[in-house]
Design a protein around this ligand. Structure first.
Ligand code: HSE
Length: 434
């Protein structure tokens, strides 16, 4: 059988999984690729570091030139995280004639334009199914399988670590810090988990998906975002009493010719598919004008789910499919999409509001008055009876609103937070009923 020599750069969690699949499942990959994917070289920074997987003699090296200068290696899985040296290595590999497979979403979200332009100039390809939602084939689905559609809405849970944390907090009352540590140990979290929990990782993935689905060339830092790092167990409990679960939701929605993009902790009604996504699972719902609503669910982080996507991309590249779609999709090209971004203040939603108020006469009326002045209609109010007979102690007041604009909600809360009877820092979260 014909042999295609391949290489891997970086042997962290994902790189080890890729090497394991290539070595242990060679027959399977050969059957799908119509040729053997021969792991010729693995290049790492430190060859002395202990590794979970033993490679065949002579494969492991710290010398990148062994890949760059080997014309028989045409396909490289570039699996180092972060921006540098990942970007420089990717450019060097492209310059030396290699097709690339990567899982590095941060790199694509930051330097996708430069890397894709260079790959096009050199007649090479970059495949990146593993960069968004790990094992869920969402890149291929949006870029190819749903290409007969105008996509109107994309909603998703795109960070396994955050979803793992909120699930543990909801189901077991788990401690936040301990759960982050557990997610790192299980290989879900980034090396620096801050990006996982503050919404940045999700914004990077949403920027990539929005680019594919809507042709929007948006920098991830321009996407309004909030993470779960300040989420309180109190809100998880109140949400549950109201029939909702809190999830870190990414949204890209087309309205007329404008695109709304944001990432935020959101109350999702129990029973909706996104509310039932547990643990490190990811999910993406895509609504197209021809296909209707679709729902993708699977593990979005972790060694083997991510390796599954990387090796599938390697097979596609070895066969020649990637090169065709890479040329036709023209990703990150300067082609205009005609979709402008909706100002965040103009986007609308129902809201969950939690105030900490003094139990005084007229406080509820003051809050309701400010909401009314800002054209925000109240859908329900929840205040549990306090054991004390009114007074200066703080009690929680929960208000669910009807749909209102983000700007009106921001203005109203800023005003309410100024009231003497209300503790500053009131909580506001979006609500997803559909
Ligand atoms: N750290 C990411 C997550 C996986 O927790 O979802 C890689 O994107």
């Amino acid at each position: 059988m014909e042999k295609t020599k391949v290489a891997v750069v970086g042997m962290g969690v994902v790189g080890s999984g890729v090497a394991r699949l290539l070595l242990d499942q060679g027959d399977r990959t050969a059957r799908h690729a119509g040729r053997t994917l021969w792991l010729e070289r693995v290049v790492v920074r430190d060859v002395e570091r202990a590794r979970e997987l033993e490679l065949p003699a002579g494969v492991l090296s710290d010398d990148l030139s062994l890949i760059i200068d080997d014309p028989e290696i045409k396909l490289v899985a570039q699996l180092i995280g972060g921006l540098e040296p990942a970007r420089t290595i990717m450019l060097q590999l492209l310059e030396s004639g290699k097709d690339i497979v990567t899982a590095n979403k941060a790199l694509l979200a930051e330097h996708g334009g430069e890397l894709f332009d260079r790959a096009r100039e050199l007649g090479r390809s970059i495949a990146f199914e593993a960069a968004v939602a790990g094992g869920i084939p969402i890149i291929t689905s949006i870029g190819q399988c749903l290409s007969a559609n105008q996509i109107n809405l994309l909603q998703g849970i795109l960070n396994g670590t955050s979803n793992f944390i909120v699930t543990e907090m909801e189901e077991h009352g788990a401690d936040y810090a301990a759960t982050v540590a557990q997610a790192q140990k299980l290989g879900y979290a980034e090396a620096d988990p801050t990006m996982d929990v503050d919404g940045s990782d999700v914004a990077q993935k949403l920027a990539i998906l929005a680019h594919l689905a809507f042709g929007a060339r948006v920098h991830w830092q321009d996407i309004p975002r909030q993470g779960i790092d300040r989420l309180s167990p109190t809100d998880i409990q109140y949400a549950s009493q109201l029939g909702y679960r809190i999830k870190l939701i990414a949204v890209a929605e087309r309205t007329d010719q404008r695109l709304e993009l944001h990432v935020s902790p959101t109350l999702v009604r129990m029973g909706r598919p996104l509310a039932e996504v547990r643990g490190a699972y990811n999910a993406v719902s895509v609504v197209g004008d021809a296909v209707g609503r679709t729902f993708f669910h699977g593990l979005g982080a972790g060694q083997m789910p991510t390796a599954s996507a990387v090796v599938a991309d390697m097979i596609d590249t070895a066969v020649g499919r990637t090169q065709i779609t890479f040329r036709t999709l023209e990703l990150w090209s300067r082609r205009e999409s005609g979709v402008g971004l909706l100002q965040h203040r103009e986007s609308s939603s129902r809201f969950y509001l939690r105030f900490s108020v003094n139990d005084h006469p007229g406080v509820l009326a003051q809050i309701a008055g400010i909401l009314g002045e800002n054209a925000i209609s109240i859908a329900s109010v929840m205040q549990h009876e306090s054991s004390e007979n009114g007074g200066d102690h703080q009690i929680p007041l929960i208000i669910m609103t009807h749909s209102a604009s983000e700007g009106a909600a921001q203005d109203a809360l800023a005003e309410i937070d100024q009231l003497d009877s209300v503790q500053a820092g009131s909580i506001r979260m979006r609500v997803l009923d559909r």
